[in-house]
Ligand binder design. Sequence first.
Ligand SMILES: *Cc1c(COP(=O)(O)O)cnc(C)c1O
Ligand SMILES: [Zn+2]
Length: 398
Amino acid sequence: MIRCVSCGAEYDDDEVIYTCEKCGSVLELVSDIDVSKDIFDGRKDTLWKFKECIPVDESKIVSLDEGGTPFCKCDKLGSELGVNLYVKVEGSNPTGSFKDRGMTVGMTKAMELGVSTVGCASTGNTSASLAAYAARAGLRCIVFLPSGKVALGKLAQAMFHGAEVMSINGNFDEALEAMTALALEKHLYLLNSINPYRLEGQKTIGYEILRDLGWQAPDRIILPVGNAGNISAIWKGVSEFYNAGFVKDLPMMTGIQAEGACPVTNAFRKGDRRVVPVENPETIATAIRIGAPVSDIKALNAIYDSNGYSETVTDEEILDAQKLLARTEGIGVEPASAASIAGLKKLVDQGVIDKGETITCVVTGHLLKDPNTAIDACTKPTEVDADIDTLRKILMNK
Ligand SMILES: *Cc1c(COP(=O)(O)O)cnc(C)c1O
Ligand SMILES: [Zn+2]
């Protein structure tokens, strides 16, 4: 069953519907977990090991073996900050971001519904993922990208997997509005995160974190927030497993935004449950360069209900954190993902995070998604002849 988050109106699973017909709010799937967690044991570690908890037709699954991502204990960085730190590395998914978790479920639903065309507006990763899964499913794929603001790796993926890519003169919010209008005219099936099936895939990040910790909740989960689907999905996942009795506690959901694109943090500071959109959002972290997040209600509910928090970080703090994670722990992430680490650092400094807390930072996308930003952050290698005397001299002088 699909249910409206605001007014509780109910809709059938097979209705193609993105927002509530009665009040216009966002929708979610209502699922009851009536299995024992032991049934997941011994299955291949992809998100489909949780198939009993994902409300789609198993016979229609479109998968690239997404999920089951690394859960790295980061002792060096953790002890520097005085916390017990784990990093959930979502860049290890098939196309290099957590969007694959949403897309495998969304594309499976698309096959169930029998649609022929899928589409999305994207800051980059959604389009990269959609293009790959549409290719695997054999469906036509339309993608709208904000002109000039998509990281190189993501653009390459969307084009290479055969999506029909259009560069929209406007920002993400405008591209999404146009794509949504076409979906409502039934030209295509919309696979942005307003589609509640996307979040049914992404909630498995929450499942896995609890499982990775040996069926315990961390004190806190920290992640970057853009369109606000992922924080909502992870909260749904941990809540479902908590309600099923698989764990005894719930984590505090902590959403980090870029200073130039922070409607959710603004709302949190005022205690509001809706955002006021930010006009002309700007940040180097293009994946979270979003002014009017569609899942604002769900995200703010998640933060309040979990006794969580929201904070902003500057682009400089993001780039510093990106480098810190890469150089102290060997984990390469794109700028948006590093917002979680930058936020962790800031909240430790502010005393919002207590010493000794067990923290899971979700790092959402791979370093190679945005090679230009990575190269710009480094000094160019010196050019040297392959002469052993010269090379030895240089090395010994260091
Ligand atoms: C999509 C994305 C985000 C933001 O997730 P939302 O669900 O839009 O809040 C953060 N980081 C990366 C790498 C992404 O691709
Ligand atoms: Zn409603």
